[in-house]
Design a protein. Structure first.
Ligand SMILES: *Cc1c(COP(=O)(O)O)cnc(C)c1O
Length: 376
């Protein structure tokens, strides 16, 4: 069976984990956590990177740092993972969903302005499949209406928009290092931001409401409870695993984009015959091979194709029941405008196996299966 995903392992993970064990320091913010942050600050040109226990938690931190009041509104696509919504619901916000652009499955930036009210505080672009949203238009709207922008860059690590790393463009960016993402630590994430004025509040929030980070830097002589906080810092074993992956940022990226390019090139004939649609990468974007998907005619074709691929020994998946149709989405949110594409396109989309250790022979096999299928 060709799996849909396998956690990447590039080589030095165990050495680094052993170093952490030998240091006998396994709690958060040790040497490997610092190395991960420093590496990302440098690679992605961003002033602050706080490693977290998940992207969900990074989103929660970002939502908290946006200073929302109950009833404030947050605009996002309905085609996303539940955490994008949950993080803001936790702050008492109302979620306003906007339709996606079917070409990228990203939020349709031309439909955001009409959804803005005097309660709107935040826009949350989700960089689906590691392909950037139209950030110039979104940042421009945010400036005009005095809104914050939180980038859900869970899938966008090491992908770029006009030369800027995803996650570094808005007020906050959130990365995921879950095992299904390009770089992993099992479960983990990071909160990114440029502006120094967030650092103190962010550190307090992440360190159980204490000013412990300042204490460790020697800026104060004892630490105490100074505000609301939780525990959002991962342990050193996880950070050690991640550091080995981040050192191989380009190796992992190259393999994934090779797989992407193989699928893309060899499935072109199916698109030319009008049987499927392939992903579209707009100009000025550098994607990271996070995902390869195809779109088939409708839900019925997709269901049959997934079952047929399974018989051939290939695990393909779909995902994201649009949030506005889910029970919690109905309770906490509303869809602004018409759902022209979100539901329809989500039902047609099928993801192909994509992971670092996937062999090119297996990629060819998956492609050949799709080329020989006659039920489109
Ligand atoms: C994976 C993912 C998340 C959640 O990441 P975790 O690290 O598992 O919390 C959030 N948003 C999007 C778009 C994702 O793909």
């Amino acid at each position: 069976m060709i799996d849909f995903n396998r956690a990447p392992f590039v080589g030095k993970e165990l050495d680094y984990m052993k170093q952490a064990i030998d240091n006998a320091k396994l709690c958060g913010d040790g040497p490997f956590t610092k190395k991960c942050s420093a590496l990302m600050q440098e690679a992605f040109k961003v002033n602050h990177v706080l490693l977290t226990t998940s992207c969900t938690h990074a989103l929660e931190m970002a939502a908290f740092l946006c200073d929302l009041q109950p009833g404030d509104e947050v605009i996002m696509p309905a085609y996303t993972f539940v955490s994008t919504g949950d993080a803001f619901v936790l702050q008492g916000a109302k979620i306003v969903f906007v339709d996606v652009n079917p070409k990228t499955m990203n939020i349709d930036e031309t439909k955001i302005e009409a959804a803005i009210t005097d309660r709107t505080k935040v826009i949350v672009p989700v960089h689906y499949a590691g392909v950037a949203c139209e950030m110039d238009a979104i940042m421009d709207l945010a400036a005009r209406y005095n809104l914050k922008v939180v980038e859900d860059a869970a899938q966008g690590v090491n992908a770029y928009y006009k030369g800027k790393a995803l996650g570094t463009i808005g007020d906050f960016g959130c990365f995921s290092f879950h095992e299904t993402k390009n770089y992993t630590m099992g479960e983990g994430g990071a909160l990114l931001f440029q502006d120094d004025r967030y650092i103190e509040k962010a550190e307090i929030l992440r360190e159980k409401g204490t000013n412990r980070s300042k204490f460790f830097r020697g800026q104060i002589d004892k630490y105490t409870w100074v505000g609301y906080g939780s525990s959002y810092l991962p342990g050193e074993l996880n950070a050690a695993y991640l550091f080995a992956q981040l050192e191989e940022l380009e190796t992992i990226n190259r393999k994934r984009t090779d797989i992407f390019n193989y699928y893309h090139e060899h499935l072109a004939p199916l698109e030319e015959k009008g049987l499927i649609e392939r992903p579209f990468i707009p100009e000025n974007r550098v994607h990271n091979g996070h995902m390869y998907y195809i779109k088939v005619r409708d839900l019925e074709v997709r269901t049959k194709l997934i079952a047929w691929m399974k018989e051939k020994g290939v695990h393909c998946v779909f995902h994201y029941i649009p949030l506005h149709t889910a029970p919690a989405g109905l309770k906490y949110g509303r869809f602004h405008g018409e759902d022209v594409y979100t539901t329809r396109e989500s039902e047609r989309l099928m993801r192909l196996p994509m992971y670092y250790s996937l062999s090119m022979e297996d990629v060819k096999y998956v492609t050949d299966c799709l080329l020989s299928y006659t039920g489109y």
